[in-house]
Design a protein around this ligand. Sequence first.
Ligand code: NAD
Length: 253
Amino acid sequence: MLEGKRGIVFGVANEYSIAWAIAKAANEHGAQLAITYQNERFEETVRKLAASLNDPMVLQCDVSEDGQIVRVYDEISRQWGKLDFVVHSIAYAPRAALEGKFLDTTREDFLLAHDISVYSFIAVTRQAVPLMTEGGSVLTLTYLGSERAVPGYNVMGVCKAALEACVRYLAAELGERNIRVNALSPGPIKTLAARGIPGFTKMLDLVKERAPMRRSTLQEEVGKMAVVLLSDYASAITGEVIYVDCGYHIMGL
Ligand code: NAD
């Protein structure tokens, strides 16, 4: 489905990362990939994972620094000269902002969470646009906590609401260049980031009890849907938030 396409996946930390599941699926479907990791702490793990991909670029990118984002795209421009898709699979909020009451969110934690989890999506998309000379597909990862009050999700819910608004604004601006912008909204999945959410195990149990399919989502299932959205099979889909959550979000109780 992605033969002949070149794409970058931001946010691989380890084998459990949603970004990694998307990279693996895109690779299986013929895409040539660049993947990024945040810092030296993740480098060894990510390089080992990348060895199973077909000739990938592996680059460091801490999205809190504009210079690192620019460097990543300079490298892509130098090696490939064009780009077909971008996957943004990055979020961060200080632990204190998730553990405490939402009412007590500090200005500093609010700004940091939005900088890493929301602004970075605009920044990585902006740098990609000049390279998407034949159109493109941009994808981010969101969560139901954007529209429902999920205990413990706190400031991250506000970030995801803003991120979903970014999806719509970017989709509206980039549509005429044939660049599509969408988000996937998976149900809870055990990953490094998820472990930072207080009561995550309880969330997972609740989903297994109440979702129409009586289970939560697997990374691989997010990977498969990502491949569809990155491919020409989704050529008329933009500005959407697509749930990959075994139906959980349709339930009233
Ligand atoms: P993960 O921990 O594997 O991925 C999060 C990534 O963000 C990591 O690679 C981390 O290094 C990166 N990151 C954090 N700060 C960064 C920075 N300053 N610069 C660059 N990278 C940075 O966890 P995940 O669950 O795969 O998360 C990926 C995305 O999926 C996130 O946006 C998350 O909110 C979203 N999501 C996760 C779930 C879930 O239950 N796991 C559900 C819905 C949405």
